[in-house]
Design a protein around this ligand. Sequence first.
Ligand code: PEP
Length: 254
Amino acid sequence: MEKARKLLIAGNWKLNKTVAEALDLVNGLQRELANLKEVDLVVCPPFTALSEVSKAILDSNLRLGAQDMSEHGYGAYTGEIAAGMLKEFSVRYVILGHSERRQYQRETDELIAKKARAAHAASLKPIVCVGETLAEREAGATEKVVGTQLKGSLAGLTAAQVEETVIAYEPVWAIGTGRNATATQAQEVHAFIRGQLAQRADAAVAKRVRILYGGSVKPANARELMSQPDVDGALVGGASLEVRSFADIVKNSI
Ligand code: PEP
């Protein structure tokens, strides 16, 4: 299908995969998806597997992402990882503000914006996640919640940096639940996000930003979701942990 922007499909492995398991997965993905040029492919392993995965995918069409990073460059921040450290492993993308981090680590829009600015300063592309809970959707507050998260999480970025940012719309009620947003629901929110970006930066920038959908993306629903005009790819959790399902999502999306 003809898309306005090149599709980007990223696998968020979360707290899964030893180094050996990570290598099995990327080796399998390279076999399945070798030479595929229509989609930008990104894998986001845990920090502990970045080094080995980075070496394993060196000559492939897979790119590396991290699942989080510190807003600080260095210093007394025990347990944190800086953008510059990720760059040592040729990491290109970093997921920021995933709903699990917003929920369990109490990450705020303000913190996510600091991280996004630090990511850009190191030439890493942030994948900034936004999305409403079920209660918020049922209360008719989806646009208010997503609009507030978007504005807050992109605060302080230049228009050029916004253009180099990837947005992931991930309704919280669809993550890991097997209940995906319908293609219509996804398109509605994606179009809203693009409209907000046009106001925040400008229309030309908004047209170039890739907006991914995330939340129970599977081989069976990928085609319909990806066929929506403002859906420019997917952030995949559970189905990115197996070669077959991730490869089929990619193949069904083109
Ligand atoms: C995610 O956590 O980013 C995600 C989309 O998870 P899942 O695909 O498992 O719903």
